[in-house]
Design a binder for this molecule. Structure first.
Ligand code: COA
Length: 318
């Protein structure tokens, strides 16, 4: 399978910033517990007029600008989300209309929870190969605040809203190296989505923690094996930002802690948005350079997991 290179990145955050102290006023928690157990210091919630769909559109616009591409140059759109405004039409189709992306191309949403952005990249690569075309827009965006039980302190402190978008270009010089998996189960659930009654995220945190620290190193090693690379060849590792302790544990296990990027303190767990939000911050901090190889890994509800090797080369080719 022909590879992809990442040529543009964008993001959008809602306007309402919620600190740990803010949460301690509505649920029995405190800043010390949240920051020590999770690494999270603040997160963002959508305010009136903001939603998964508005965040995704803003992030996608910025990613296109960064890639120096016009919407009509996009050949495939994938949106990864578990919190779209409507069951149908897809967020991706609404985005297509809003941005003026052309017809007769594949445009759809996928639900693979926190592994969704990487499932989206793999899906886009396959669709470009099958349908033809050069450029894919892959977006991860969530309004998890509307799925949270604000009386359940074990989940409501963890999640936040946001969107990250990336533009990819087919790269004939590289193969696509991914490792994707899933295991239907009960460890994280979103109950009642689509029903008129409130819908809440429910999670067995300890089981998910154990699952994550096992699957992340396995997934990273599987992608490196497929690519014929070792950690020495990798510039950065971007894990889904669910818990700083999960990332630190895996960083130590992989023997290269300095390569593991973390920004969970700023946004909490934003599910499908978390990996592109990390890539965005790395780019803005000057950490991402052309020619670099980034190993990304996500895991989440389903359970699902995904690893992918991302080649960085910002700006579309002539
Ligand atoms: N504030 C204060 N205390 C809290 C709390 C909060 N927000 N949430 C839970 N506690 C309490 C518990 O009630 C428990 O109290 P007890 O000992 O009196 O019963 C104590 O803290 C320890 O709870 P525990 O669940 O064992 O904590 P933990 O160290 O495992 O951390 C998570 C909990 C959820 C942070 C952790 O398990 C985790 O991050 N798991 C992975 C979750 C994840 O990544 N999910 C998304 C996947 S995409």
């Amino acid at each position: 399978m022909t590879g992809l290179k990442m040529i543009g990145i964008g993001r959008a955050l809602p306007s309402r910033c919620v600190t740990n102290d803010d949460l301690s006023k509505i649920v029995d928690t405190n800043d010390a517990w949240i920051s020590e157990r999770t690494g999270i210091r603040r997160r963002y919630y959508c305010a009136d007029g903001e939603s998964t769909n508005t965040l995704i559109a803003a992030a996608a616009r910025e990613a296109l600008e960064c890639a120096r591409l016009q919407p009509e140059q996009i050949d495939c759109v994938i949106v990864a989300t578990v919190s779209s405004n409507y069951a149908s039409p897809s967020v991706a189709c609404l985005l297509q209309a809003e941005l003026g992306i052309r017809e007769n191309i594949p445009v759809m949403d996928i639900n693979a929870a926190c592994a969704g952005f990487l499932f989206g990249i793999a899906t886009a690569a396959g669709l470009l190969q099958i349908c033809g075309g050069r450029h894919a827009l892959v977006v991860g965006g969530e309004q998890l605040s509307r799925l949270m039980d604000m009386t359940d302190r074990s989940t409501c402190v963890l999640f936040g809203d946001g969107a990250g978008a990336a533009v990819f270009e087919r790269d004939e010089s590289a193969d696509l190296c991914v490792d994707l998996g899933s295991r239907g189960g009960m460890d994280i659930q979103i109950e009642g989505v689509g029903r008129p009654d409130p819908s809440y995220i429910k999670m067995n945190g300890n089981a998910v923690f154990r699952f994550a620290v096992g699957v992340i190193p396995d997934c990273l090693n599987a992608v490196m094996d497929k690519a014929g690379l070792t950690m020495d060849d990798i510039d950065w590792v971007v894990c889904h930002q669910a818990n700083a302790r999960i990332i630190d544990h895996c960083a130590k296990k992989m023997g290269a802690p300095e390569k593991f990027y973390k920004n969970i303190d700023r946004y909490g767990n934003t599910s499908a948005a978390s990996i592109p939000l990390a890539l965005y911050d790395m780019y803005k901090e000057g950490l991402l350079k052309d020619g670099q190889k980034v190993l990304a890994v996500g895991f989440g509800a389903g359970l699902t997991w995904a690893g992918a090797l991302l080649n960085i080369h910002m700006g579309a080719s002539e």
